[in-house]
Ligand binder design. Structure first.
Ligand SMILES: [Zn+2]
Length: 264
């Protein structure tokens, strides 16, 4: 499969994606915000949009649904617990469901925490694709985790991280819902000033526009993303200066990091 990514040039810094079957040129519109632009991209590339999927119900991930649906008749799928919050949602997906368009096969991960009805899509390695691809919506970002401010729950997000996202292979390529990489790397370095990989990537992306941000792997994220480095003694000891009563559990570290990032 092929991934077409478009940066939305909006204040929330969204990415929109078309997931393309290279054999049939059929596509999934993932989290369309600018429906007109998604249609224009599909037309320019000779693609037929067969399906709309929303990782979750926030407005900036569904606002383009009506325009795309009106032009393509594509059904709208999202997690079953988003039903009632996304207009015209036809199917409620659950963990373990497979989404098939052309030769593309994507597995549904139920990944609550940012919202109660959040899903991720995972393209596992196959005859068509050597490396797995994760479409993470607003759960896992480059160098950060999603916030829990608008209907989310940080304990639930922690569970999603440790029980699912942390377990994915190192070579998994990460496609998040927003570009916050520069800000998040600055936050990561503030937590771990001696993290050479965080500094290396901060240098690498400093002059890169969001349209051209690199696609990172989970193996790379594990080298600098504090939310994937909960065991790191440097992170823990530095957090104590902000949270003198920080507990010993990974969950305590995750929640402290998220609380700090909320106001950073
Ligand atoms: Zn969101």
């Amino acid at each position: 499969m092929r991934v077409v990514r478009r940066y939305m040039h909006n204040a929330l810094r969204n990415y929109n994606y078309l997931l393309v079957c290279e054999e049939t040129q059929q596509a999934i519109a993932l989290d369309p915000l600018d429906g007109e632009q998604m249609l224009a991209v599909a037309e320019a590339e000779g693609l037929t949009i067969k399906l709309i999927i929303n990782t979750h119900e926030h407005h900036d991930h569904i606002a383009g649904n009506p325009v795309v649906q009106a032009a393509t008749n594509a059904p709208i799928w999202a997690h079953e617990s988003a039903q009632g919050r996304i207009p015209n949602q036809e199917r409620g997906l659950v963990a373990g469901d497979w989404v098939t368009v052309g030769t593309m096969q994507l597995r549904v991960l139920y990944t609550p925490g940012h919202t109660p009805g959040h899903l991720c899509l995972l393209a596992e390695s196959s005859a068509y694709d050597a490396t797995p691809l994760l479409f993470s919506g607003d759960t896992l970002f480059n160098a950060c985790a999603g916030n829990c401010k608008n209907g989310g729950n940080v304990d639930t997000l922690y569970e999603t991280f440790v029980s699912q996202l942390q377990r994915l292979p190192d070579d998994t390529r990460l496609y998040p819902g927003h570009d916050y990489m520069k800000t998040n790397l600055a936050f990561a370095l503030d937590r771990e000033p001696n993290n050479d990989m965080a500094r290396y990537w901060q240098d690498q992306v400093s002059a890169i526009e969001p349209d051209h941000m690199p696609i990172m792997t989970l193996g790379q994220e594990r080298q600098y993303n504090p939310f994937l480095r909960l065991h790191e003694p440097a992170i823990r000891s530095q957090l104590v200066s902000h949270f003198p009563h920080l507990g010993q559990h990974d969950r305590d570290v995750f929640k402290a990091l998220r609380a700090l990032r909320d106001h950073w």
